[in-house]
Design a protein around this ligand. Sequence first.
Ligand SMILES: CC(C)(COP(=O)(O)OP(=O)(O)OC[C@H]1O[C@@H](n2cnc3c(N)ncnc32)[C@H](O)[C@@H]1O)[C@@H](O)C(=O)NCCC(=O)NCCS
Ligand SMILES: Nc1ncnc2c1ncn2[C@@H]1O[C@H](COP(=O)(O)OP(=O)(O)OP(=O)(O)O)[C@@H](O)[C@H]1O
Length: 201
Amino acid sequence: MRIGLTGGIGSGKSTVAGFLREAGAALIDTDAISRALTLAGGVAMPAIQQQFGADFVTADGALERDRMRALVFSDAGAKRRLEAILHPLITAQALTEADAAPQALVVFDVPLLVESGRWRSRVARVLVVDCRAETQIARVLQRPGWTRERVDGALAAQTSRQARRAAADAVLLNDGIALAALRSEVLSLAARWGCETIGPP
Ligand SMILES: CC(C)(COP(=O)(O)OP(=O)(O)OC[C@H]1O[C@@H](n2cnc3c(N)ncnc32)[C@H](O)[C@@H]1O)[C@@H](O)C(=O)NCCC(=O)NCCS
Ligand SMILES: Nc1ncnc2c1ncn2[C@@H]1O[C@H](COP(=O)(O)OP(=O)(O)OP(=O)(O)O)[C@@H](O)[C@H]1O
């Protein structure tokens, strides 16, 4: 079974993804795919250079991430243009990885699952990790280099908590819950969704 895992920035997606992997799932991380596509020599770099110009490309040919982040989190048109380049490539690579996975449960970790519209038809279930915006902000501010302005920009560029919850087949509320309790919720959900049938590859 294929599952889409989503949630706002800092909601706890990667944490939940780690527990799903522990439960035996194959994990496909679209942020990681996006980063690989935009490394030096990455498949997306010629189109990004053509669309945004040399200022958004480092000397060795990678995406100038700080500059691009500042642009897309303050300019909706630029965000759309970047996504038009990256999202089809991310989806294609994610599906290739899923086809190669021997596991019975495949989890696509897609931060923008609800926003993109590309994923709903490709997964049997959507799992949303949900928490209050204040919790998201507090978690993300722990990361080196993140400022309140940067977190607010990222939050504003993402869909609402309400819209995400409305798209969910299951919601994990990850607020005021200990990691151990979250882990057991995830493991029992994974068991319900088919992990118990997984044998050796
Ligand atoms: C904007 C970029 C340069 C920022 O890079 P940065 O290193 O700061 O962030 P990273 O890629 O690690 O993403 C961190 C988080 O930012 C949020 N985020 C990333 N891209 C977007 C976006 N286009 N819209 C809204 N939120 C986003 C997500 O919550 C993500 O988990 C980069 O995220 C990017 O190239 N985004 C476009 C591709 C995309 O949409 N990726 C999301 C996965 S499908
Ligand atoms: N229930 C919890 N209790 C304590 N800490 C938590 C809990 N859930 C998540 N965290 C911590 O919050 C931080 C953010 O979590 P995580 O990286 O899983 O979020 P994310 O949704 O993947 O973020 P991003 O969208 O930026 O990739 C991490 O340091 C994680 O350890």
